[in-house]
Structure formats: C-alpha cells, structure tokens
Design a protein around this ligand. Structure first.
Ligand code: DCP
Length: 143
C-alpha cells in the first residue's frame, strides 16, 4: 500500500516474487530480460530530466503529477533491480552494505573531503609520491 511504513529490500523482493508467480511470469524474469527491463526503466527515468538542464534539489518548482511520475520511474528501477538481484542469487542489502564499506576504504575522508575526484586519482598521487624525488628536490604534488 502507498505510504506503508517499514519497507525493506526483503519485503520488496518478496512482493516482486509473488507478483511474478501469480502471473506465471517467472519464465520471463530471466537475468538478461530483467537487466534489459531495468535499463529501459533507467531510460524512462532519464527522459523526465531530459532537456531540463540542471534542476534544483528537492524539485520545489515541479508540479505534483511530475513528482508522482518521477516516483513511479524510480520505483520501476528499484523493483527491477531488486528482482534481478533475487534471480541472480545476490542478497542486495548485504552486497550494498559491503560496497559502502569498500567505498569508504577507497575514499578515505582525509583524502577526499570536498573533492569529487575518482579514487584512481588518489592511488596515482600515492604512486607518484612513492617514486618521486625526495622532498625539496622539485617534485610537486599532482593535486
Ligand atoms: N514482465 C514484467 C512487466 C512489468 N513488471 C513490473 C515491474 C515494473 O515496476 C513495471 C513495469 O511495467 P511496464 O513495462 O508496463 O512499464 P511502465 O510501468 O514504465 O509503463 P510504460 O512503459 O507504459 O510507461 O511492472 C514486471 O515485473 N515484469
């Protein structure tokens, strides 16, 4: 039900499994089909922003029906992602938490605060500092 509290990835996973089973759609929900459906929905989501230029956070000047449409397309992406993960035997919640930990290791606060550069920039800077001439010999930092 819309507005229901306590939505979890697991509850969405179960609802999608039930939705497919009731319609005898398990045979269509193969990994490849779900991936293509997911990409299609990402396209529909992108269309909402297409040609608008940058939009303000919170979308305060959007009409209610535009925001509702946005919610629908975001949901389609999420639901197909949840279903794809399930069909592939991936625990999406666990995988996402693990990925967050990996991200934190790749992007330590002390190196990246206030910078949106890719992590390869920091490893490259580190390599350069390991191979560069001793301090004071004219080797400048690359960032
Ligand atoms: N074989 C299918 C078809 C649909 N859905 C579910 C997941 C999505 O949340 C939604 C997608 O439905 P549509 O393909 O009809 O796409 P839209 O809802 O975006 O409609 P439209 O393409 O008309 O804008 O329905 C599904 O699980 N499996």
């Amino acid at each position: 039900m819309a507005g229901e509290e306590g939505v979890t990835l697991e509850s969405l996973r179960k609802k999608m499994a039930e939705f497919a089973r009731e319609r005898d759609w398990d045979r269509f929900h193969s990994p490849r089909n779900l991936l293509l459906a997911l990409v299609g929905e990402v396209g529909e989501l992108s269309e909402i922003f297409q040609w608008k230029g940058e939009v303000p956070k919170g979308l305060l000047d959007w009409k209610e029906d535009e925001k509702e449409h946005l919610g629908e397309e975001l949901s389609d992406v999420l639901l197909y992602l949840v279903r794809l993960s399930d069909i592939c035997g991936v625990d999406l919640g666990r995988a996402a938490l693990r990925k967050l930990e990996l991200n934190a290791l790749k992007y330590p606060v002390h190196l990246c605060k206030g910078s949106s550069r890719k992590h390869t920039h920091y490893s490259k800077a580190n390599e350069d500092s390991n191979t560069s001439a001793p301090e004071g010999a004219g080797a400048g930092s690359s960032w």
